[in-house]
Design a protein around this ligand. Sequence first.
Ligand code: ADP
Ligand SMILES: O=c1ccn([C@@H]2O[C@H](COP(=O)(O)O)[C@@H](O)[C@H]2O)c(=O)[nH]1
Length: 211
Amino acid sequence: MTKKPIVIGVAGGTGSGKTTVAREIYRKFKDKSILMIEQDAYYKDQTHKTMEERIKTNYDHPLAFDNDLLLEQVQKLLSYEKIEKPVYDYANHTRSKEVITVDPKEVIILEGILILEDERLRDLMDIKLFVDTDADVRIIRRLMRDIEERGRTLDSVIDQYTSVVRPMHLQFVEPTKRYADVIVPEGGQNRVAIDLMVTKIRTILEEKVIL
Ligand SMILES: Nc1ncnc2c1ncn2[C@@H]1O[C@H](COP(=O)(O)OP(=O)(O)O)[C@@H](O)[C@H]1O
Ligand SMILES: O=c1ccn([C@@H]2O[C@H](COP(=O)(O)O)[C@@H](O)[C@H]2O)c(=O)[nH]1
C-alpha cells in the first residue's frame, strides 16, 4: 500500500463556522503534521477587471473558483511536494501578488463553501464534513465578519446576501450536503463532533503507521 496524506473536506454555507471547525481540528494536531487549504484562496484572479466589475462578480458560483489549480496543488501535496498557495485579498476582490509556500503534511484539511461540489476534489477526500448552521445565524455572523474583517458596509452585505449569496447557497452549496460523511450542527461550538473527528483522524494516522 502506498503511503499518502489524509484529506478532510470541510464544507458548509457562508458563516456556518467551517473555518472555525477546521481551525479547531488543526489546533488539536498542531504539533503533528497537518495543514489547511482554504478554497477561498483559489478565487480566480481578477486583476484585469475594474473594481466595479469585481464588486458585481458572483463569488458563490462554482465557476468563481480556480478548482483546476486547487486540484493540481492538492495532488502535489498528496505526492509530498510543496506548493505555492495563492493569497486572496477580500478588500480588493482579487488574488494578491503574494503566495505562501506550503510544505506537504500527513493531514490536509480542505475548507470552503463549495469544496464538496467538484467531484474531482471529493474523490481525493478520506472524510467529508458539512457544517450545518441555520441561515439566520449565518447571516448575522457574516454581517459582523464582513464589516469587521473584509471591509464591507452593512448595505453591501445585505444586498449581496439577498441577490446572490442566498440563491447560490440554495442552488449549489446546500445540495452538497448529500456527499458528506458527517453533518456537523452548530460549527465550532460542537465539541462532540470535533472530538469525534480528531479521534477518527488519529485512528487513520495510526493505521497508516502500522500498514
Ligand atoms: N459558534 C459560534 N458562535 C459565535 N460566533 C461564531 C461561531 N462560530 C463562528 N463564529 C464567528 O462567525 C464568523 C464566521 O465563522 P467562520 O468559522 O469564519 O465561518 P465560515 O468559514 O463558515 O464562513 C467568524 O467571525 C467567527 O468568529
Ligand atoms: O471577493 C470576494 C470573495 C468572496 N466573497 C464571499 O466570501 C464567501 C465565502 O467565504 P466564507 O468564509 O465561507 O464566508 C462567499 O459567500 C462570497 O460571497 C466576497 O464577498 N467577495
